[in-house]
Each structure stands twice: as C-alpha cells, then as structure tokens.
Design a binder for this molecule. Structure first.
Ligand code: MN
Ligand code: MN
Length: 299
C-alpha cells in the first residue's frame, strides 16, 4: 500500500472530473454528419481550458474497432447513422490521471443490449473493487455478466492500475477470470474497462491509428526533422501524442512524422480490431480503492 497526500488526492479528483466532463461533452456532440476531428478537439480543449492536459489523444473508435484510433487534423471522416462509437478520454493534472470511456450509437437503437453489457460489467466490477480482492475474481464477474447477455468479453484487452505520469502501471484488471491472484489494495487508482462484442471476443492489430509515442533518442541529420523531434520530446516526453497536437506548432507535421517514423525514433499504435469484425462496446471508469468504500473519480 502507498499513501496519498492531500495534493495527490486533489489532483486525482480533478483529473477524474475533467475526464468525465470531456466524455459527456463528446457524447452530446456525436451525431450523424459531425466530424470525428471536431469532437476529439472539443473534448481535449475542454480539459486544457480547465487546467488539465489530455493524458493521451482522445480515442474515437467505430464499430468493429475497439480502440486506438484518433483523427488527424485534415481528416474529414464523419459519424454516420448506425455507427457504434467508443469515446475514450483521459486527463492528467500534475501527472495524476483519470481515464474513462463510453459507447454511443448514432441515430439507431440496434446495439443498446451490447452497450448495456459492457456498462453492466463495469458496474459489477466497481462494486467488487475493494482492498484484498483478486483481479482474477473481478475479471470473472465481468466475464459472467457479459456472457449472461449472450455477448463475449474481449479477452485480450484489460483495465489497468495508474500511477503518476504512468497510464499503464502495476497490475492489470482482466475482463475474464484469468486465474490471477494479484490483489487490489487500498489507495490504488484503477481503470476498469470491460469490452463486449458479438464477435469472437478478441482483437488484433490493424493499420496505424494516428497515435504516436517517442520510441528512442537518436541523432538526426535532417535539420528540420531534428528540430521537430526536439520539440516533440519536450512537449510530450514519453506520453502518447498525435498529429493534431503537432499541427499546433508545426504545419508540416504529417510529413515530418513520417520522416521520424522512418528513422525509428517514434512508433505508432495500431488500431485494435475485433478478429471476426464483431461490433464492440466499451465502458470505463477510474476508481480509487478505499477501505470498504471505493470512489469513482470519473463518475
Ligand atoms: Mn481509456
Ligand atoms: Mn484505460
């Protein structure tokens, strides 16, 4: 167990609140014909305008894509009727993190049971997340509740512990009972995120989702690329970033990101696609584990 001082607690709560506000703002904007880029930018600027920073680029993943897509600034791709939209957003305040996600259906009501399946799994998991319980037991509750609805949990995506400046730190919270006896402890900050699908229940890597991170430091001969890379290291350190964010200080960023990628100093995250192209829903909250009482920071 580690202790949290008042400053840490304040920051964790503020990061949670900003993440939740951005999530709800995004939900209210998702409509037929609206551009993904405009929703992502509004959500991120809400966090920035209220004294936080995005912990990662807002993920907007459609239909059989489970995660890791963010639009570029020149993208004109818009929501369409029938789309099943996952909005996943995180804020950081002085390095303390919040992480939350929701699923919205555009214009139709074909996938409400699938949306409910991941939400119900999340509710049950949050009720169980107390000091001393094993993560395998939590995963088992998520797994059973999703299977009872006739859908499948996505087995190779999981929730995670968060530490300062570290989105995926320490323990994982699986969406199935993987037999893990690792125990949740008081004062842990956990993101719990069930994914449900009518497909096989697995994701695999698709094409690049426009989200980058610095991979390694290496001298670059191209003066323009070097200057751009220096700025990226300074702005984003080791945290994920995207072309939209680079676009604010470099108008040739699409080209220069390709140059950096070719030189192996940045990498991209592939989008995660359901292996049978099943539709995927996601629900996520951040919880602060207390002694007997667990606080949802992104409620
Ligand atoms: Mn998330
Ligand atoms: Mn997460």
């Amino acid at each position: 167990m580690y202790l949290l001082d008042d400053h840490a607690l304040d920051c964790i709560r503020k990061a949670g609140r900003l993440s939740a506000e951005a999530r709800e703002l995004g939900r209210s904007m998702v409509t037929n014909g609206v551009k993904l880029r405009d929703v992502a930018e509004r959500m991120e600027f809400h966090i920035i305008d209220h004294g936080g920073r995005p912990a990662f680029p807002v993920n907007i993943s459609l239909n059989d894509t489970a995660a890791h897509f963010t639009p570029n600034s020149a993208d004109c791709i818009a929501f369409d009727n029938g789309d099943l939209v996952k909005l996943d957003v995180g804020a950081q305040v002085d390095g303390y993190l919040g992480d939350t996600a929701t699923t919205v259906e555009v214009g139709t009501r074909n996938w409400q049971p699938l949306i409910m399946a991941s939400e119900r799994g999340l509710e049950l998991a949050m009720e169980m997340a107390k000091d001393g319980i094993s993560v395998g037991t939590i995963g088992g509750v998520i797994e059973r509740s999703i299977k009872e609805t006739g859908y499948r949990p996505v087995v190779n995506l999981s929730g995670h512990e968060m530490k300062r400046y570290n989105l995926h730190a320490g323990l994982s919270v699986p969406n199935i009972d993987d037999g893990s006896l690792t125990k949740v402890r008081e004062n842990m900050l956990l993101a719990i995120e069930p994914f449900a699908t009518n497909g096989q229940g697995q994701v695999s890597n698709g094409k690049s989702g426009n989200i980058y991170r610095v991979l390694r430091d290496r001298p670059l001969r191209d003066e323009e690329a070097k200057k751009f890379f220096d700025r990226i290291k300074e702005e984003f350190t080791t945290l994920p970033f995207c072309e939209r964010w680079c676009d604010r200080f470099e108008n040739n960023s699409i080209h220069l990101l390709k140059v950096l990628h070719r030189h192996g100093v940045v990498s991209t995250y592939p989008v995660l696609v359901e292996t049978q192209n099943g539709m995927v829903s996601q629900a996520e909250h951040t919880v602060l584990v207390g002694n007997g009482r667990t606080e949802i920071t992104t409620a």
